[in-house]
Design a binder for this molecule. Structure first.
Ligand code: IVH
Length: 736
């Protein structure tokens, strides 16, 4: 898909996407263990090469993929090592040195925006001494005496993603991410969903052009709620609010952005047609007057002692703030002095970020247990001696998968370092090997499922996640499926929580989802159970009865098909409309797939129903295969039929646009669009109530053919389907 992967030409200071190593294996060996002052000239050159590649890799994981692999402190250590070596060996500073770049090149899918004033980063300080050095440097640079006061503004440093908002004549005209500092992504449509960002500045005395910069982030509560929704949907949790915010902003569909509440704080500016004030404090007042929120609590300080006092105070209050902060930023308050101080490489000389130490603690890992998920995935969990980390008591931490355990050599009985990244399950960073008990043994990942069936654990080549092979017979999976079935975004049955599901399962009252609707037969049994009275039994049975009607989207989601979360559930419901149509199409697709030899498994070659399924927006072969596998399993068919006898599945009612020229129409985009990316065109079409498909069939209403449209346009003409140009399309939807 050429339009979704437009190749960025690398600028002189920018690494092209192709140069970012795909994985640790591609990073040169270097000399990671050698002390900086012991490196030979030769070794220094190699080590700088390694660090450039390694840092580029981690930058991409963090900025581009929103999936950091290492702790911030470890990342900072890599950068500092790079800088220390460069100081000793300036002759070896590389053109692609991390010290000359900020962030990662922009991701594709969004239009690019060049920043008229570069968006830079900040130098970091970790120790008090580094803060003292910062003040000394400023005094020296400005020719001040050692005791002359330097007034700085101290503000909390929010961990989110920076954004530039361009206002022309008081109207928001563009919002952009930082990207690599020179070029970012156009996220205007997405930021319009953020309540803290005004689309107009009040009054008419504002500058003709002003670019307000600040941080988009997710506060703790919104983050918690989002992760709860992810959990309910069986989707992966976000590791921390920063990743969640970045993920929300980078949605091509602004509707998804809106569903994940974001906040914005203003703290800097780019291009301005007239000065905004004489000091940082004055600019803050200006921002405030325009309706922006500011980083609070802020303070002006005139000495190192004062800033350190402020730092310590905020560090102690940090856990109670509504949002996560990772340090304090100190900025010279006087803008004329800022101007004189200027910049060094990628950061201003007039500011520094004083980072907090990560929230970490040491504790004993008592036992490693294995959790079995709904689809049989086995996740190792560290059961810890309870310990307070950043104000929260932690007693369990995920160990991710067997590779992670082996890599860190985590063993039962070890003293481990635990770090909390946001409000999610904490991470085990590593082991304090000096405290390891003498008799300890490496952890042997179980070869059988912890359930009573003890079915073998399988781990196909190339996969990280081991799975129980017991499938539908595995009691854990059965219980997890039931929990999923009644969860909020599925059948949402009140009063049927984890405890009851487990008890009903144990006592053979409910083994599969349809049994829930037969629970009324066991009323007398329930009444004999401890803790159950007439009223509570009635409430539960009423809650179940109330759910005998359900929308198709929720019904599909409730089935717990691997890869099918609530979004995909809705998409399938919208595309097929009725349970009957969906069921038939999926059964057909599954048959087609079963009848196709492995080597021929290309959507079009498998069959029409399968190709149509794969062609739906955001459904690829992985999702299609998971659905087919589900439909091929006789037990699932039985459950489905039994459920159909119990509940009424309502046809999907699209609550979105239903009176647009394209609502209900099936559209295929092909070739390269000029005025928008294909993804943008797709999400626009969907927002207007159209179904977007990837393959042309008799059911297609329009094929929109961009430049270099190939076989799909030809096929459309053969089938007599209308083929539109990009302009025809825009005209049709009234956008031209
Ligand atoms: S001032 C020239 N103030 O931290 C850069 N940045 O590590 C001026 N950040 O890129 C930035 N809170 O994304 C500034 N109160 C604050 C901040 C802040 C968070 C972010 C910002 C910046 C990054 C640097």
């Amino acid at each position: 898909m050429a339009d979704e992967q437009s190749a960025d030409k690398p600028g002189p200071e920018q690494l092209s996407a192709a140069e970012i190593p795909a994985g640790p294996a591609e990073i040169p060996a270097g000399h990671p263990d050698a002390a900086v002052d012991e490196l030979s000239d030769f070794q220094a050159r190699d080590e700088l090469h390694r660090l450039a590649q390694l840092i580029a890799y981690h930058d991409a994981r963090y900025h581009r993929d929103d999936a950091p692999e290492i702790a911030d402190a470890d990342y900072d250590a890599l950068r500092r090592r790079n800088e220390a070596i460069e100081r000793r060996f300036p002759q070896h500073i590389r053109a692609d040195s991390p010290s000359r770049k900020v962030g990662a090149p922009p991701a594709s899918g969004f239009a690019k925006v060049r920043h008229s004033v570069p968006m830079l980063s900040l130098a970091n300080a970790f120790e008090e001494q580094e803060v003292r050095d910062f003040f000394d440097r400023i005094r020296r640079f400005l020719g001040l005496g050692a005791d002359d006061p330097v007034e700085v503004l101290a503000e909390p440093k929010i961990d989110g993603l920076s954004c530039a908002l361009r206002y022309e004549r008081g109207r928001l005209v563009q919002a952009a991410t930082r990207g690599d500092g020179t070029e970012g992504e156009d996220i205007t449509r997405n930021v319009l969903t953020i309540d803290d960002i005004p689309d107009r500045l009040p009054g008419d005395d504002g500058p003709a052009v002003v670019e307000v910069r600040g941080e988009i982030f997710m506060d703790r509560q919104a983050f918690k709620d989002l992760n709860e929704r992810q959990r309910q949907a069986g989707k992966q949790l976000f590791a921390n609010p920063r990743n969640a915010a970045a993920g929300a902003v980078r949605q091509l569909d602004p509707k998804i952005t809106r569903s994940r509440p974001l906040s914005f704080l203003a703290y800097a500016w780019g291009e301005v047609s007239q000065p905004l004030g004489r000091t940082m404090t004055e600019v803050r007042d200006r921002f405030h007057g325009w309706g922006f929120k500011l980083n609070q609590p802020a303070a002006t300080c005139s000495s190192v002692e004062q800033v350190l006092e402020y730092y310590r105070k905020l560090e102690s209050e940090r856990a109670e703030l509504a949002f996560e902060i990772d340090g304090i930023v100190y900025k010279v308050n006087d803008l004329a002095l800022q101007e004189r101080l200027g910049y060094v490489s990628r950061a201003p000389r007039w500011a520094i970020a004083h980072k907090f130490p990560p929230e970490q603690a040491q504790t004993i890992l008592n036992k490693i247990t294995i959790q079995v998920g709904r689809t049989g995935a086995l996740t190792p969990v560290a059961n810890l001696e309870p310990i307070t980390v950043g104000g929260v008591v932690v007693s369990r931490a995920t160990l991710h998968n067997p590779d992670e355990i082996a890599r860190k050599d985590v063993r039962e009985g070890d003293t481990v370092i635990v770090q909390r990244a946001g409000d999610v399950i904490p991470q085990v960073l590593g082991v304090v090997t000096e405290k390891r008990p003498a008799a300890s043994e490496p952890f042997a990942f179980p070869e059988v499922c912890p359930c009573e069936l003890q079915t073998p654990v399988v781990r196909p080549d190339g996969e990280v996640v081991p799975r129980c092979s017991g499938e539908l017979a595995c009691p854990y999976q059965q219980v997890e499926r039931l929990k999923h079935f009644v969860s909020r975004e599925a059948f949402d049955i009140e009063g049927l929580g984890t405890k009851n599901i487990e008890a009903f399962w144990q006592n053979d009252l409910v083994k599969t989802p349809p049994d829930i609707f037969q629970l009324h037969r066991h009323r007398d049994t329930l009444l004999k159970w401890e803790g159950w009275g007439q009223q509570s039994v009635k409430n539960l049975l009423d809650a179940i009865e109330a759910r005998r009607r359900i929308g198709l989207d929720r019904f599909i989601y409730a089935l717990g098909i691997q890869e099918v979360g609530s979004t995909t559930g809705r998409l399938l419901a919208r595309s097929y409309g009725t349970l009957k149509a969906w069921d038939e199409a999926m059964s057909k697709a599954a048959e087609e797939r079963a009848a196709t030899p492995d080597e021929a498994k290309k959507p079009e070659r498998v069959g029409e129903a399968y190709a149509e399924l794969c062609g739906l927006e955001s459904i690829g072969m992985t999702v299609a295969d998971a659905i087919c596998e589900f439909f091929q399993e006789p037990h699932n068919r039985e459950v489905l039929e039994a459920l159909e006898a119990e509940v009424t599945v309502e046809d999907f009612v699209d609550t979105r646009a239903s009176d647009t020229p394209v609502s209900g129409k099936t559209i295929v985009f092909t070739g390269t669009m000029e005025k928008m990316t294909r993804s943008e065109a797709k999400s626009r079409a969907e927002a207007l109530g159209a179904k977007v498909s990837g393959s042309v069939s008799k059911k297609t209403d329009y094929v929109v053919a961009g430049a270099d449209a190939g076989s799909k346009a030809t096929k459309a003409r053969e089938l007599g389907v209308a083929v539109l140009s990009e302009d025809d399309w825009l005209q049709l939807i009234g956008e031209q």
